[in-house]
Design a protein around this ligand. Structure first.
Ligand SMILES: Nc1ncnc2c1ncn2[C@@H]1O[C@H](COP(=O)(O)OP(=O)(O)OP(=O)(O)O)[C@@H](O)[C@H]1O
Length: 351
């Protein structure tokens, strides 16, 4: 089913490769794997999908593919609604799962041929396509071996080839470089860059260096929610802001004294990320150097030891970790603000 124009967000169908609205998946009535997720991936980008273990990335991919049914909300691929019945969506998407498993008794060509038949690709198109895919992923040398005898890297390459058999417009690759040696990883990244010229690619990964090398856009999931989605440059810029980080060491009293002094300082605002790390944002009226000098003077006066200053001009990894840290902090604030249970009556026991 194609998405009607002007519905909900009023966006034309073809603008987005992926679009979700309030997408939610609760497993077994208790685990909220995906929590009210609304995000969009523009057509033609290489999108890095980040998040710590258990953030909900794989579940999101499975919802897009129709392998899972959402508890609430909806998703579209190129304007086509996702779901278990959506044959169109499956034709548009090539999926590489984490640690793909294949029937071990088949040979790579036989398996890919089977995939091609499922896509109903005629034999005269299918066979040459599979041969050139096997060449492209460097598996011609093992084409006569049974899949069970392939190495981890070769199995991943086979998974990559399988995701490309249907010549899809969108690739959803879940950790394509996991378990690969440096040469195989380089190969996979080069392939992503190459394929990204003509397709939209979503790459879920834990390896931030991979994201830096190939992605133009990034989405960061944490505890089932999307905490950032946009161009990678914007993520770095936004988080960098006009701020720097101080790593400190001192007694509780001295750190508290410093917190009080910084709170009084009009040229900056200080946000404590943990008891020994503070982010200093400079207000527009003074230079960074001037603000830093003022702050360092207070650090000295408070008797606190300075271990390091970071400018916030870091790479994706810094921005990513900062995002997670800030989200954790907000989570903590939510927890603090939550209504507390009533105090027990005197005489009642707590276990
Ligand atoms: N079939 C399932 N039944 C119950 N809970 C599940 C199921 N699949 C995933 N979960 C839970 O949902 C949450 C999200 O898992 P998911 O695999 O989507 O995260 P992820 O971001 O892909 O993690 P990783 O990076 O470790 O692969 C986790 O708490 C996980 O334990």
């Amino acid at each position: 089913m194609k998405r009607p124009h002007g519905e909900a967000t009023g966006v034309a169908d073809e603008t987005w490769a992926i679009e979700t609205e309030h997408l939610t998946k609760v497993y077994g009535g208790e685990v909220i794997a995906v929590n009210d997720l609304s995000f969009r991936v523009p057509k033609g980008v290489i999108f890095g999908f980040l998040g710590p273990n258990g953030a909900g990335k794989t579940t999101t991919l499975q919802l897009l593919l129709g392998l899972q049914r959402p508890t609430a909300g909806r998703a579209w691929i190129f304007g086509h609604v996702c779901g278990p019945q959506s044959v169109t969506v499956r034709r548009l998407v090539g999926y590489l799962p984490t640690n793909p498993r294949f029937p071990g008794h088949l040979k790579p060509f036989e398996y890919l041929d089977l995939v091609g038949q499922l896509y109903r690709i005629p034999a005269d198109v299918r066979r040459p396509r599979i041969a050139s895919l096997l060449r492209a992923v460097g598996l011609l040398g093992v084409a006569d071996q049974r899949i069970a005898t392939l190495s981890t890297g070769e199995t991943t390459r086979l998974g990559i080839a399988a995701s490309l058999v249907g010549d899809p417009l969108l690739l959803l690759w879940d950790e394509p470089t996991a378990g690969l040696d440096p040469a195989a990883r380089r190969f996979a990244l080069d392939l992503i860059r190459e394929l990204g010229r003509e397709r939209t690619i979503l790459v879920a990964t834990h390896i931030l260096a991979d994201i830096d090398q190939v992605c133009t856009h990034v989405g960061v999931m944490h505890e089932g929610r999307m905490i950032f989605c946009g161009p990678i440059a914007e993520m770095k810029r936004r988080l960098r802001g006009d701020s720097f980080f101080l790593d400190l060491e001192g007694t509780e009293d001295n750190l508290r004294r410093l917190a009080g002094m910084l709170a009084q300082l009009p040229v900056v605002s200080a946000e404590w990320l943990d008891p020994r790390r503070v982010r200093i944002s400079v207000n527009g009226e003074v230079s960074r150097a001037e603000a830093l000098a003022e702050v360092l003077r207070r650090v000295d006066q408070a008797g606190v030891v300075l271990h390091g200053v970071q400018t916030g001009l870091g790479a994706t990894e810094d921005a990513y970790l900062q995002l997670l840290q800030e989200d954790e902090l907000h989570g903590f604030k939510r927890f603090q603000d939550a209504p507390r249970p009533a105090a027990p009556h005197p005489g009642t026991s707590q276990t």
